[in-house]
Ligand binder design. Structure first.
Ligand SMILES: C[S@@+](CC[C@H](N)C(=O)[O-])C[C@H]1O[C@@H](n2cnc3c(N)ncnc32)[C@H](O)[C@@H]1O
Length: 274
């Protein structure tokens, strides 16, 4: 899963970076999206049925979930730091409210009414939340989402946890095609070197994209980092934000505890502190 942190600003403008090309991003990530929507709707039904069908996606990228959620009756809101992604998402989901915004400062307009959050289902899958640059930014983000949550609402976060010192480099392959454009991305992940500073906790991500249009082949390479979380560090920021863990599931929505390492959907609810 590709990404960048605040410290990688130079990459944001680079044509080589996946996020600078929302169409290519969308082609790569569209496969499986309908199933993911079904799972998210199921999580809302199971854990937040008393909360309104109002969805919020932080770091929404191309907005690939939004048309499906709207078809399931959700009012849809999202934001992303990248204005190009926001423009693309708005075209893909004209009925949604999508703004340019960052994790810890996004606009809460329309999400809180008379001091009470309206959001029944906030969600941030595939490690996007690890674009937050520090624990302080993460806690500010979680608190801001919490303020938007309906008292019975949930925030579903898809995150891979790290066991520092035990992980090996890994590789992911993503492929997709649309209207004669075939895209392949090979992403290599180099684990964090330590468990303390943001610099040590930076997982190195290297992406090589191949874009085939007819006989033309274009290759784009870029590198970025994601902030790593051990289970202890992740549970600590959840607590500091005043959220509580309602459930943990695997990608298909079945109950699952990832232990110290690996990917899970963390279903978070408002804590007892209001
Ligand atoms: C891997 S994409 C995920 C997009 C979408 N959530 C999905 O699942 O397809 C990560 C997104 O995070 C956005 N992003 C990175 N840092 C951010 C920040 N600090 N605040 C908001 N969005 C950010 C990027 O612009 C990018 O669109």
């Amino acid at each position: 899963m590709p990404g960048h942190r605040a410290g990688n600003r130079a990459l944001d403008a680079s044509r080589e970076h996946l996020y600078s090309d929302p169409e290519i991003y969308d082609i790569l990530h569209a496969p499986g999206t309908a199933e993911e929507v079904r799972i998210l709707v199921g999580v809302h039904r199971r854990f937040a049925s008393a909360a309104p069908k109002v969805a919020l996606e932080p770091a929404c990228g191309s907005g690939r979930y939004f048309p499906g959620l709207a078809r399931c009756g959700f009012e849809v809101h999202g934001f992303d730091a990248d204005p190009g992604m926001v423009r693309y998402a708005k075209k893909a989901a004209p009925g949604a409210t999508i703004r340019t915004g960052r994790f810890d400062t996004f606009s809460t307009a329309g999400l809180i009414r008379r001091g009470v959050g309206r959001v029944g289902l906030a969600f941030c899958p595939i490690n996007s939340i690890r674009h937050a640059a520090s624990d302080a930014e993460m806690v500010r983000h979680l608190k801001r989402v919490k303020a938007c949550l309906h008292p019975s609402g949930v925030y579903v976060v898809g995150i891979s946890l790290s066991a520092y010192g035990l992980e090996m480099p890994t590789e992911d392959l993503w492929t997709g095609s649309r209207r004669g454009v075939r895209v392949k991305q090979v992403v290599s992940f180099i684990p964090a070197t330590g468990d303390r500073t943001a610099r040590e906790r930076a997982e190195q991500v290297h992406s090589v994209l191949e874009i085939r249009k007819g006989r033309t082949l274009e290759t784009r390479s870029s590198s970025y980092t994601l902030l790593s979380y051990s289970r202890e560090q992740w549970e600590a920021v959840i607590r500091r934000a005043g959220l509580r863990v309602v459930a943990r599931t695997q990608e298909q929505g079945r109950a699952y505890d990832p232990g110290a390492i690996g990917y899970a959907l963390w279903v978070l609810g408002r804590g007892t502190r209001g």
